[in-house]
Design a protein around this ligand. Structure first.
Ligand SMILES: CC[C@H](C(=O)O)C(=O)SCCNC(=O)CCNC(=O)[C@H](O)C(C)(C)COP(=O)(O)OP(=O)(O)OC[C@H]1O[C@@H](n2cnc3c(N)ncnc32)[C@H](O)[C@@H]1OP(=O)(O)O
Ligand SMILES: [Co+2]
Length: 134
């Protein structure tokens, strides 16, 4: 089922400051910010040789990462995104295995304009898992 790691996500309290740190202190290539109101976040991607780091901050009321940042005010590792070839098939087999697919269980379009799903962290060893169909 799983392909490559598409990105590792870090929730941050201040996206501009985090982008500057990655760009200036770590010398990384950082994309322009992308507001994703339907997901309640603004993101940038740090382009790496073998994967990406997604830096994300809350956007608007009811952001799904607000509670996470209350618990981790300095920020922290938020999720890992694996690539899958067929997200509908993956969702069905995960549900059949008893895993919780978050939201209404239907894929949404993510930051890369591809269908994505999220799996509950409690089912995957305290790690929020995102699947992206590529
Ligand atoms: C899709 C656009 C973009 C992309 O890459 O394309 C993105 O990645 S957007 C990313 C932001 N969107 C999401 O995260 C959507 C999925 N997330 C959720 O539905 C919620 O965040 C959820 C359900 C994972 C947690 O919601 P909330 O924090 O409000 O609930 P609880 O406080 O009750 O948390 C339950 C339990 O889980 C622990 N938790 C929460 N978040 C994480 C996390 N990121 N990693 C690990 N564990 C997490 C939380 O501490 C609670 O544990 P407990 O022991 O019960 O205290
Ligand atoms: Co993501």
């Amino acid at each position: 089922m799983l392909g490559r790691v598409n990105h590792i996500a870090i929730a941050v309290p201040d996206l501009e400051a985090a982008s500057t740190t990655y760009r200036d202190t770590l010398g990384a290539r950082v994309s322009a910010p992308q507001a994703l109101p339907e997901h309640g976040v603004t993101v940038v991607f740090v382009e790496l040789a073998n994967t990406k780091v997604e830096l994300l901050e809350p956007l608007g009321e009811g952001s799904p990462i607000a509670a996470f940042l209350e618990k981790n005010p300095a920020g922290g590792m938020h999720h890992i995104c694996y690539e899958v070839a067929d997200i509908a098939e993956a969702a069905e087999s995960l549900k059949a295995a008893g895993a919780r697919v978050l939201g209404d269980g239907k894929p949404k379009i993510g930051a890369h304009r591809k269908p994505v799903l999220f799996l509950h962290p409690k089912d995957f060893f305290g790690t929020l898992v995102e699947l992206e169909e590529v």
